[in-house]
Design a protein around this ligand. Structure first.
Ligand SMILES: [Zn+2]
Length: 407
């Protein structure tokens, strides 16, 4: 086991010592992180800096730590409804402040690196759990014109710091598979391109090498569930421009692990904690340079949305006097309320879903689709999934808002 793998193993085992327990789910807001930044500011390793204000006037702050020569900038939640990594950043602050058994590792990181964190770049979006900012601009498409105050803040901070590395932290939808496999891409990574030709210069290669380090560490925890994010140059995207401005950039997209038992993505938060700290260690000791660029390219690219939350296979639909054997693909949509989510199921596809996968699959085995009053029904795309499955006069399963109850 390499030193980094050993480090990651310890982080995995001891995570609960560092977890910021006041953040329990994804529906937190700017007001919830303010006291945590205040708490961190009391620790002598952190410096707090006010960078400016959001469109709606919320304060945007950065925390910095370390006194090394290599500068690393990390920001999260430039999309307001993508909060998984923000929670991990607060776990990382706890870890850096009080690493317990991993003190020497943290000293090495802080002696070699200067870390700059912006948790929650888009507090106005986070307030109402939406992607865009207070102007309804997508901050990740605003890197050139820089209309939004939040984009200007990030760009100015980058220009002042001239960081060597940047981490751009997002969430992705739950429907991507890792390549052509039947497993979800629980985390995806990208070393963004800096031009349309998608050239690989030395710095972009370094981003790829670092992702290679992270991939090795995470494959042990979630084998086969890592994806390489779409490699397309976006002229107005933040990561692509960061790379163009000369900062080695790593995009991390947090996806789904288990929508039934971990709908708040708390395990994915933990994986972010392990991934980011492993990467920081690799930067601090330059060990990423031993990784071949090929390792990055060997991570399966995420291509199509091939996952459903639920697939019911081989159900019989009765219409116009005939039976039709169908598969039913169901999505779970999240409807944000003020402090949580409601799950709303949606019949998203009907037909031959042989080449699709799901977090939960159920073989209806030629049972007939009916409603609760024992009538044959037609399924409509977009409807909530509520029906029963009947075979030989017996209800074998009922589907309530997409959840299957087997009798
Ligand atoms: Zn995003």
């Amino acid at each position: 086991m390499t030193e980094i793998e050993q480090f990651a193993k310890e982080l995995n085992e001891k995570y609960d010592l560092y977890k910021e327990t006041s953040l329990k789910n994804r529906r937190f807001k700017h007001q919830n992180i303010l006291p945590l930044i205040e708490k961190a500011s009391k620790n002598k390793i952190f410096k707090i800096q006010v960078l400016g204000h959001s469109t709606e006037g919320k304060i945007i702050q950065a925390l910095s730590a370390g006194k090394g020569k290599i500068k690393v900038l990390l920001w999260s939640q430039m999309h307001g409804d993508e909060p998984t990594a923000t929670q991990a950043l607060f776990d990382i602050f706890n870890f850096l402040n009080n690493p317990q058994r991993l003190r020497i590792e943290v000293e090495n990181i802080l002696n070699n690196l200067e870390l700059y964190f912006i948790p929650m770049l888009n507090p106005d979006g986070a307030e109402v759990f939406k992607r865009r900012n207070g102007l309804n601009i997508d901050l990740n498409r605003d890197a050139l014109r820089m209309i939004a105050p939040e984009t200007k803040i990030l760009k100015k901070y980058r220009d002042d710091l001239q960081p060597d590395f940047a981490f751009n932290l997002h969430d992705q939808n739950p429907y991507y598979t890792s390549g052509a496999s039947n497993k979800p891409a629980t985390l995806s990574f990208l070393a963004p391109a800096f031009n349309l030709e998608k050239d690989v210069d030395e710095k972009r290669k370094n981003s790829m090498q670092l992702i290679g380090v992270i991939n090795r560490v995470l494959q042990k925890l979630i084998p086969g569930q890592i994806g390489r994010y779409f490699d397309a140059y976006g002229p107005t995207s933040m990561g692509d421009n960061m790379q163009k401005w000369g900062t080695r950039t790593i995009l991390i997209e947090s996806g789904e692990y288990d929508p039934f038992n971990d709908k708040e993505r708390q395990y994915v938060r933990k994986l972010n904690f392990i991934a980011i700290l492993s990467a920081l260690k690799a930067i601090s000791e330059h060990s990423y340079m031993n990784i071949k660029e090929d390792e990055y390219w060997s991570i399966p690219e995420i291509k199509d949305a091939k996952m459903f939350h639920v697939i019911i296979r081989n159900a019989l639909l009765f219409l116009s006097g005939k039976y039709f054997k169908i598969d039913i693909g169901i999505h779970f949509n999240e409807i944000p309320t003020d402090d949580t989510f409601l799950t709303q199921s949606e019949i998203y596809d009907i037909g031959d879903l042989s080449f699709y996968h799901a977090y939960k699959e159920f073989d209806a085995n030629d049972a007939v689709i009916k409603d609760l009053s024992n009538n044959y029904i037609k399924l409509n795309i977009g409807d909530s999934a509520n029906f029963v499955l009947e075979k030989n006069g017996k209800i074998i399963a009922s589907v309530e808002n997409g959840t299957i109850c087997v009798d």
